[in-house]
Design a protein around this ligand. Sequence first.
Ligand code: GLC
Length: 443
Amino acid sequence: MERLYTAVARLEKELAVSAILLQDIASRFQEAMTEGLAGRSSSLKMLPSFIGSPTGQEQGQVIAVDFGGTNVRVLLVELAGTGRSRIAARRAFPLKDKLGHYDYTAVSASGPELFDFIAGKISEIVSDGGIYPLGYTFSFPCRQQGVDKAVLINWTKEIKTVGVEGRDVGQMLQAALENRGLERVRLQAVINDTTGTLLTGAYSDSATTIGAICGTGHNSCYLESCHPLTKRPMIINMESGNFDGVQQTKYDILLDQASEKPGAQRLEKMVSGQYLGELVRLIVGSLAADGHISSGSERLSVPYSLPTEDISAILGDTSPELEVVAAVAAARWGITGLKVSGYKAIQTIARLVAMRSARLVTATWAGILTKIDPGLVCQHTIAVDGALYEKMPGYSEQLANTMVEMFGDKAKQITIRLSKDGSGIGAAIAAATVYKGKYCNER
Ligand code: GLC
């Protein structure tokens, strides 16, 4: 029978992204961008945002709604106009109550109910009088028909609220505000969270040309210098989580087939926080099925029983006995009493899955950079937000190292930087770039 270390070595090969593969993925990604931009069939949606880069001079108090998943944030953002911003007030709330009192994400909830709930939270942070421009980050695939018109193509992230797909989510939020007598909160822009991240980066660093989320979901956008629609610079939301140019392993295929929408979001299912734990579970499950490690309880066969935070904990475990790995394996799957080599195998699997994610993401960014600046003659900043980038041990280093591996010395031209709270602050910047009125001290 194959020994444990032989099985782990085989997994190392299966999950490796070689230098040749990196280049290959980058050029496929670049081709998919060109096809999508020209309106031809492509796994990259290349959605226009109708927004270009900010000047850094945008000023005033703006309300921002950040609707990125089952948690929503409402912010009052103060833009100083010198590339600096401050969050003056914030409310964060789940759309699904833990105690089961409400769930606006379920099929039993309707669009108007969902948006009325959000409008209610906005009412808590606006004071009386005055006009508030509103920027709205809505991080789902949308057909953008104007800067403040975004039609939801389909829900992702397990949200099922009825009567929202195919409708203008900007108009739905504005209608909910008006029903509550909040006409003075005026929607200016609906954007994707990647666009928000890029805008926040670009507000203080004009070299920012790419915005990305490496968190529960994954997606990137970039600044197209001459958009075919307007012949002007415009940020394009690529919905790159849907990219299908990467070879799947058998574990990716298993995960995809058991997912809500098989075939969709193939890259996202290989790289984002929503799925990394599940990939680790499937691989550990295969080691257990082959008798390499004890299979613990039936919990190892429960889908999504390993949250991403646990992968971070596993990767951060430097103790000789791998105590944290052992604690996670026991708590999540009932796996106990392994030799250190068994826990080491689990840690190696987690590392392989996480580092593959970072390498694949870097390859897509390399594809974008080569498309917009083939000789890499300019400086580029990639603004990133999300828990994988911010918190997963070794993740951001792997992104940077892979850039060096791909571009050598020229990687000096590329800076990858955290754009903290980028999606929310970016909504405010987007609103301010659109609403050029004198909103700041009008009240
Ligand atoms: C999903 C959404 C995309 C979003 C990303 C990160 O991929 O489809 O719009 O940007 O998650 O939140």
